[in-house]
Design a protein around this ligand. Sequence first.
Ligand SMILES: [Zn+2]
Length: 339
Amino acid sequence: MKRVGYVSHPSSLAHEMPAGHPERADRIRAIDEQLARSGLTDELIEHSPEPASFETVELAHDASLVRLLRDLDEQGGGRVDLDTSMGPHSLDAALRATQGAVDATRNVLAGEWDAAFSCMRPPGHHARPRIPMGFCLINHVAVAARWAVRHGGARRVAIIDWDAHHGNGTQDIFWDDPDVLYVSLHQYPWYPGTGDATERGEGGAFRTTLNVPLPAETAEDAYERALGELIEPAVGAFDPDLIFISAGFDAHHADPLCMMRLAAGAYYRFTQRVASWGRGPVCVLEGGYDLAGLSRSSAATVSALLELDEPAGVESAELGRLPGTTEAAAWIERVAELR
Ligand SMILES: [Zn+2]
């Protein structure tokens, strides 16, 4: 069995959003409970991170973002944008989630762990260089990717973002950085509006951004085709020293915010595939708002990281492939033509 780190901290439960917000502490509780029920908790190497320093955050963000978060924290919290806010414990939670992703990166690059799952909140992939956005305060996976290249001895790293929303923050941060391949599979057009296939990075980083926009109702067969025909060759040509997954689970069919058609078992198969491409993966939790779908999909992902024969504790109805729209095939061909 593989050595898989599981990064968590109680601060993820203390970060409060307004009542009724889908990005809530129960998400973390649901995943923890599912992993325990599935007998996975005992197979994982637990790790509890300290808060990241502001210097670490600034590997991927402007100092102005840090100032904004500190100012709001000193006021006991406040609203960041229409659907993002901070409470009195939010900055600590976000900083620990960032350091958790960095610690996981360090441990995998050092060969102490084979892979990792950082199960913390708030999520990160919408946080842009200068501004928090879309439930996200700090872009954890982006900070960890930068850390890997600047301090971890990696020459190049790849981020595979399968959250159903486009990771606009991660794209912005690495737009002109040739050392980081950013790949996103996402519902389109959808929040936050970015992620067209023509967005491919610029300058020396042209073609190190790979967007695979997909129509609503896309199912596993089209995801598999995109992973096999577009993303696997791109990652192979890029030859990264470490692979990250921006692991959002809101493409699950039951998710209330998105309209994709994946069952939990899809994430087991996707993780197996990505794990075969290189070192890692370091998985960093992003979205996923149906508690049952989120927690089963997380258990399926962790099962694949551990190289179990099948997803532990995921019922048979969630193991198969759902039918979806046939439109996705033409969308994938369009991305292929642009490569
Ligand atoms: Zn999302």
